[in-house]
Write a protein that binds this ligand. Structure first.
Ligand SMILES: C[S@@+](CC[C@H](N)C(=O)[O-])C[C@H]1O[C@@H](n2cnc3c(N)ncnc32)[C@H](O)[C@@H]1O
Length: 269
């Protein structure tokens, strides 16, 4: 595990990578971060031209995560493991949770990991760490946590924000196994916070036009329905109000829907 005291490079260290868009950097641009390059901005701007509501929907998903994280903190859980963390934006998890909470960011993409290491200030060392790993390798992730800031004897909140729609798994079976592995390893009182784009995220008439642009620019999109999300959650027990649109957690808001499922689960035994 890399502790985050070190300052990385201002670029990815791989100049050729900056010639095409990258999912983590494009997301960083979409949410107002500065860790992105011209191809990322061009891809996002093309998507926004086709789908002007994209930014609002992404922000609604993020606002849900912020509320769920606050709720976890209020409930006494001050340790967070973000899977598919991308590149933290100025309002990233480690800033959101305050200086006493502990955070580990996990991403499979070395580009995202390099930028995250670069962004984290030296004073975060000891309470924030970055792991390069595939979230589906729960055993590998948990092994790396053994030497990091999280105390696995105490509850941990797992956060999966806008990532599962990018994880290839044809029917969710592998993800169900993955989340069960995390659930059985984590202490009672642990939580799972998921926000994930659902099939209505792209209105039918937009989908035909926008999906090919997204997939050509960044990565294949794997939108999952409610039944599949239910299967993925397995023995993680959704807390009220269950699986809802992000704008309706924890209470129905009447706001325009986000196209993101939101759910907070408890690791009951
Ligand atoms: C849309 S970005 C979201 C980033 C961040 N959670 C946020 O909301 O800003 C999705 C991220 O998931 C990462 N990712 C995709 N598949 C992954 C996997 N199997 N394991 C870990 N990370 C993954 C990508 O590299 C990317 O950084």
């Amino acid at each position: 595990m890399d502790r985050t005291g070190g300052r990385g490079q201002a670029s990815d260290g791989c100049p050729e990578l900056a010639t095409r868009p990258n999912l983590a950097r494009a997301t960083n641009y979409l949410v107002g971060g500065g860790a992105n390059f011209a191809p990322d901005r061009a891809a996002v701007n093309e998507m926004l031209a086709m789908d002007p509501g994209l930014g609002r929907r992404i922000q609604a998903g993020r606002a849900f995560v912020a509320r769920a994280v606050r709720d976890a903190l209020d409930g006494g859980c001050d340790q967070f493991l973000e899977l598919g963390a991308g590149i933290p934006s100025p309002a990233g998890l480690h800033s959101l949770v305050g200086p006493d909470a502990r955070v580990v960011y996990v991403d499979v993409d070395p580009v995202a990991v390099a930028h995250t290491r670069d962004l984290l200030a030296a004073e975060e060392a000891g309470r924030v760490a970055v792991v390069e790993a595939d979230l589906r390798d729960a055993a590998g992730v948990l092994t790396q946590l053994a030497t990091g800031p999280l105390d696995l004897g105490r509850p941990v909140t797992l956060v999966c924000n806008s990532v599962l729609q990018w994880v290839a798994d044809s029917d969710g079976t592998e993800l169900a196994r993955t989340f069960e592995a995390y659930r059985s390893a984590l202490a009672p009182g642990s939580r799972l916070v998921i926000s994930v784009a659902h099939p209505d995220e792209l209105a039918a008439e937009e989908a035909a036009e926008v999906r090919p642009i997204i997939e050509a620019a960044v990565a294949p999109l794997r939108l999952r329905g409610r039944a599949e999300l239910d299967r993925i959650l397995g023995a993680w027990e959704p807390l009220p109000p269950g699986i809802v649109d992000a704008v309706d957690w924890p209470v129905a808001s009447g706001a325009e829907t986000s196209g993101f499922y939101a759910v907070v689960c408890a690791a009951r035994r």
